[in-house]
Design a protein around this ligand. Structure first.
Ligand SMILES: NC(=O)c1ccc[n+]([C@@H]2O[C@H](COP(=O)([O-])OP(=O)(O)OC[C@H]3O[C@@H](n4cnc5c(N)ncnc54)[C@H](O)[C@@H]3O)[C@@H](O)[C@H]2O)c1
Length: 316
């Protein structure tokens, strides 16, 4: 806490990315002193340019695989490429970012006694044998596949969080984020919502991988950010992991049809082969978030898609 102003000093790693930029904005607008740390691998200055004039916002170009010491009260650890195209571009770097990034941030949290939240992922459940997925499910992850650098990196990061907690008393919070979408998503990262919207706006074919019956649940970014902040400020001793996502389940075909309708596009749907290890279904159980954080998503898919389409119209 800043003794003069009473504001919290908050570090957001990966703050110039899709989710990080929304989180930084909300924290800055609430009057906190926010440090955004990013190496701009997938994030961009454009995502946070509206924050640069705020006196309580600071930007640091830094790679989380290198140590750094900052005096802060809270750390949100989001730094990590999150889409297959980006995390598979340099898999060794991806796993280093998850693992060494976690070690560096946990080391800092330990030194300055900060509370630290890890942005983990539903990918820790792998191709789940249990559906929908509660936090107690340990997952079904391929350790040697092309997605493993991300999935296993995030799993090790969770392990590190709990070991620093048990061994050093670090005040940790772990969230498992399910598919999230909204403005500031990277247009070229191959994630399904941005892919479909960009293809629809350009009038290109909409590509569905597989037969389109695989399901996902989509959470609008404002709902997610609300859950993240609630988790960070949740009661002492509640560490998680806690699922944050929208349990509404849609097939890829349903999503493609919604996007075509909402954009008024003339695009056609085409089918391509499913990539290796692509999970066939994913849906969070959010009972724990409801109970501990009094949180659940409030923004329906159609409304979230409209806002996201509006954003992509301005950038495509
Ligand atoms: N978007 C989702 O649906 C989703 C789902 C599950 C988990 N997550 C997690 O949430 C976090 C944010 O995801 P996002 O969707 O905003 O992705 P993103 O790629 O937009 O954001 C990641 C940010 O981290 C930065 N970064 C990457 N490597 C770094 C490094 N070595 N040092 C410093 N910064 C680095 C990137 O430049 C980018 O700004 C990630 O940790 C991701 O794994 C996201």
């Amino acid at each position: 806490m800043n003794n003069l102003t009473g504001m919290k000093r908050i570090l957001v790693t990966g703050g110039a990315g899709f989710i990080g930029s929304h989180l930084c904005k909300r924290l800055v607008e609430e009057g906190n002193d926010v440090i955004c740390l990013d190496n701009f691998f997938t994030g961009s200055k454009r995502n946070i340019e509206n924050l640069l004039d705020y006196h309580n916002f600071e930007l640091i170009r830094h790679d989380v695989t290198e140590p750094i010491l900052l005096e802060v009260d809270q750390i949100y650890n989001l730094a990590c490429p999150a889409s297959p195209v980006h995390y598979q571009y340099n898999p060794v770097k991806t796993i280093k970012t998850s693992v060494m990034g976690a070690i560096n941030m946990l080391g800092m949290a330990k030194r300055v006694k900060a509370r630290i939240l890890q942005a983990s992922t539903s990918e820790v459940y792998g191709n789940p044998a249990v559906h929908p997925q509660p936090e107690e499910y340990w997952g079904n992850v391929n350790p040697i596949g092309i997605r493993s650098c991300y999935d296993e990196g995030k799993r090790v990061a969770e392990t590190l969080f709990f070991d620093y907690h048990r061994q050093n008393g670090v005040d940790i919070k772990v969230i498992r984020i399910f598919n999230t979408y909204g403005p500031n998503m990277n247009a070229n990262d191959g994630r399904v919502v941005s892919n479909f919207i960009v293809q629809a706006l350009k009038g290109d074919d909409i590509t569905i991988y597989g037969d389109g019956t695989q399901t996902r649940s989509f959470c609008y970014v404002d709902d997610l950010v609300e859950g993240m902040i609630r988790m960070m400020n949740s009661r002492d001793g509640f560490t998680g992991p806690v699922n944050l996502g929208n349990p509404g389940e849609f097939t890829m075909l349903e999503l493609a049809e919604k996007v075509i309708k909402l954009t008024g596009s003339k695009s056609k749907i085409v089918y391509k082969e499913l990539p290796a290890d692509d999970p066939t279904q994913r849906k969070p159980v959010i009972d724990l978030a409801k109970k501990e954080l009094e949180w659940e998503p409030t923004i329906p898919l159609d409304k979230g898609l409209e806002r996201t389409i509006e954003y992509f119209r301005s950038v495509v």
